[in-house]
Design a protein around this ligand. Structure first.
Ligand code: UT7
Length: 331
């Protein structure tokens, strides 16, 4: 019997309509389009507006988009995973609500949180369930309403983040396509440099916490940047080396969209031509768990069956890693 691999077989996405441009940010904080563009590559981001709309709103829409594109009945889904750093609520998993709302009545569901590496880690979990042979259709959604944890008076963070959701379906494959290898890492000493300090069990919300604005993202950008550049490049090299891949074997780099300079540094370390580097940071900014699936959606038409994609991500925690995947279909 041939070995079962886990392949991505369908994609979906949702982006809120409201656009926050660099010009709009110039009116909110002391910044300018030129600084943001040259330091990050970002031109605009999407923001989810409307009372009572959380991450699930976007995750549901992305999932429905996938189901419709693929012509799949929700009852066929075995597991719904929502990778997110901004769940709807502290308790009651967002994924469970999403599963019920899309009609995945035969699925179980849970959330997965590893900051900006949530989706990458989610790929490992989703494919693991499929490769085990226990489940056949695993829906992995990367969704974040980053605007809910951003202080729009803090220019160090508000220029970077945006909202969005992307969904992928993992299914068994007998042609050897899909996930080939993964190398996932973490380092807990990193959490002081990128965190939302309050609102969890350690520092529940109090008036004092709110006064100090500790419910928002804090980032020591320079330190995170340094770690992101070296670690993301290191894992990309590692996964190439241990699979005996040369730069000619790589068709695409799908790297977490946090900063154009970090993505380019990773591409440079593996000596990859720019036309092989997926990039959409200019349109959406850093959507945390949604960056990787949103890249796949934007490049879906160009992807060919059998092509080799290297995924790489780095995020708070710190968390990071790389995945080597063979694309499984022509659209
Ligand atoms: O997704 C999870 C992981 N996150 C990341 O990977 C993000 C990693 N970090 C970064 O992308 C970058 O560090 C930032 C984009 C956040 C900042 O870029 P930087 O090149 O590291 O800038 P910096 O913090 O070193 O600041 C350089 C200068 C400073 O001024 P002085 O001290 O040189 O006079 C800042 O005060 O730029 C100033 N500055 C700004 N100026 C205009 C900082 N933020 C802004 C701003 N607009 N928004």
């Amino acid at each position: 019997m041939s070995k079962i691999t886990a392949a991505i077989t369908a994609l979906g996405s949702y982006l809120p309509e409201d656009v926050l441009t660099n010009a709009m940010l110039e009116k909110m904080v002391d910044t300018n389009d030129e600084w943001i563009t040259t330091r990050t590559g970002i031109k605009e981001r999407r923001i989810l507006k409307g009372a009572g709309k959380g991450t699930s709103f976007m995750a549901i829409k992305a999932a429905e988009n996938l189901l419709e594109k693929r012509g799949l009945a929700p009852e066929e889904i075995d597991l719904v995973l929502v990778a997110t750093a901004t769940p709807d609520m502290q308790a009651a998993a967002t994924a469970v609500y999403v599963a019920s709302k899309i009609g995945a009545t035969n699925a179980f569901a849970f959330d997965l949180e590893a900051a900006c590496s949530s989706f990458l880690y989610g790929m490992s979990v989703a494919s693991g369930y499929v490769m085990s042979g226990k489940y056949k259709k695993v829906l992995l959604i990367g969704a974040d309403k980053c605007s809910s944890m951003i202080d729009y008076t803090d220019r160090a963070t508000c220029i970077i983040f945006g909202d969005g959701a992307g969904a992928v379906l993992f299914e068994p494959n007998k042609e050897g396509l899909g996930l080939q290898d993964e190398y996932l890492r973490c380092d807990g000493t990193g959490r002081e440099f990128l965190q939302v300090k309050a609102g969890g069990s350690m520092y529940p919300l109090t008036e004092e916490v709110l006064e100090k604005r500790e419910q928002f993202v804090f980032q020591d950008g320079k330190t995170v940047f340094k770690h992101a550049v070296s670690n993301m490049a290191d894992v990309a090299v590692k996964i190439l080396d241990r699979n005996q891949l040369t730069k000619e074997d790589i068709h695409w780099l799908a790297a977490h969209q946090a900063n154009k300079r970090i993505i380019e540094a990773t591409a440079n370390r593996i000596d990859l031509n720019r036309d092989k580097v997926m990039m959409n940071i200019e349109k959406y900014g850093n959507t945390t768990s949604a960056t990787l699936p949103l890249l796949l959606v934007d490049y879906e038409k160009q992807l060919q069956k059998g092509e080799n994609i290297i995924f790489a991500a780095f995020g708070g925690g710190f968390t990071w890693g790389a995945i080597y995947l063979k694309w499984a279909y022509n659209s």
